[in-house]
Design a protein around this ligand. Structure first.
Ligand code: HEM
Length: 363
């Protein structure tokens, strides 16, 4: 039987009685109320609420990419959800300004009452990292114990299940590997691209050799630098080398997925590749904003604690700073920019392929 619709009051709908009763100052409990503990509690609660919304949206994007065939009409939905996540992340970064209004001395008024509570125990933050694709082996360890050891058995099981399943990174990688058009009739994208790259490097070499305004020593130096940057291109033409870099931990994205990403980036102006391009851009936004948050949080910790160790037992600032570099998930998507060549040098696609990449609304 259908439930009868009844009216509801604002307070009840939002369960404000629970939310607004959830700010219990430990300092007050121990008889020395610290004014800024209210801000400290509220800001963490607000973060956790936004984490909840982010995970809700992220899970819906993961669900879109789970099937073997991703429905094309859903890519637009995925882009909007990722865009919302990125907008929330901007707020999360900005909120650090608010916590920074609390001075180090104000914090010391109640810090001892928090021990050993720490951001390390934010289950939702770990859930977010793992769902995006951060793997256990790629984490910076701060003790001999697993990062998940601070959680209940039930929570650890959930984290393990997410980690063993498909993260957003895994699903996007598989989707990229399935993208067609790398070889189409007589068009072999990679060999055409190699010709264009060789031509571009030869033009740059010639320009340096023929420049009259630099000394022979400077020429030598610039040619050496050009040679160094050309090495980046070697990996894209050599699957074995690419796989070696994956094994060393220098790269994460598979060879095939990397080539598809390159194709999408180079031919982004073709109508059918526009949505995949925007989707990849959103992943880069999210990765960049998470790194920005990590850096801002680390800076805030430095100014609040200096070199003091964290309540969770890490080295504090030093540990957090390292996570900003090491815990990136979509780093390989950023690095595709190294491999881009000017539009004027792009290999021409055969007309039949160009037609396939068009929406064909008109003749
Ligand atoms: C005065 C404010 C803050 C201080 C001094 C502080 C300090 C720290 C320190 C020292 C750590 C390293 C772990 C440890 O040893 O405890 C840490 C981790 C963390 N904090 Fe904060 N924090 C503050 C505010 C916040 C806020 C507002 C959030 C929002 C949720 C937050 C979320 C986290 C998270 C998620 C981690 C784990 C990071 C990782 O392992 O990558 N912190 N915090």
């Amino acid at each position: 039987m259908e439930k009868e619709l009844s009216s509801i009051h604002y307070d009840k709908y939002l369960q404000l009685n629970k939310i607004l009763a959830a700010q219990k100052l430990r300092s007050a409990e121990f008889g020395t109320e610290a004014h800024d503990e209210m801000l400290f509690i509220i800001i963490h609660q607000v973060y956790e609420l936004w984490f909840k919304e982010i995970i809700h949206d992220l899970n819906s994007v993961i669900a879109i990419f789970k099937p073997e065939v991703v429905e094309e009409s859903q890519i637009g939905v995925a882009i909007s959800r990722l865009d919302r996540i990125a907008k929330i992340q901007k707020i999360l970064v900005d909120q650090i300004d608010i916590i920074e209004t609390m001075t180090p001395l104000d914090f010391l008024d109640f810090r001892n009452y928090l021990l050993p509570a720490s951001g390390f125990q934010s289950f939702q933050f770990r859930q977010l990292e793992v769902s995006l694709g951060l793997k256990r082996d790629n984490r910076i360890s701060y003790t001999q114990c697993a990062y998940s050891g601070v959680f209940s058995q039930k929570e650890q099981d959930i984290l393990n299940e997410i980690e063993e399943g498909d993260s957003l990174f895994d699903l996007v990688e598989k989707w990229l590997e399935r993208i067609p058009f790398l070889k189409f009739e007589t068009f072999d994208f990679l060999s055409e691209y190699q010709i264009a790259v060789d031509k571009m490097i030869a033009i740059e070499q010639k320009a340096i050799n023929e420049a009259h305004y630099i000394t022979a020593q400077e020429k030598h130096f610039r040619l050496q630098m050009l040679n160094e940057s050309s090495k980046y291109f070697k990996t894209i033409f050599d699957e074995e080398l690419h796989n070696e870099k994956i094994a060393n931990g220098d790269l994460k994205l598979s060879y095939k997925a990397t080539i598809s990403t390159l194709l999408i980036n180079l031919y982004r102006d073709e109508p059918i590749l526009r949505q995949p391009f925007l989707f990849l851009q959103k992943l880069i936004d999210i990765d960049e904003l998470l790194t920005t948050w990590r850096n801002r949080h680390a800076q805030m910790v430095l100014r609040t604690l200096g070199q003091k160790i964290g309540t969770g037992g890490s080295s504090g600032f030093d540990y957090l700073k390292k996570t900003a570099d090491k815990h990136r998930i979509f780093y390989d998507l950023h690095n595709i920019s190294t491999l881009l060549i000017p539009r004027s040098e792009l290999p021409k696609m055969p007309e039949t392929l160009k037609k396939k990449l068009n929406f064909n609304f008109s003749n």
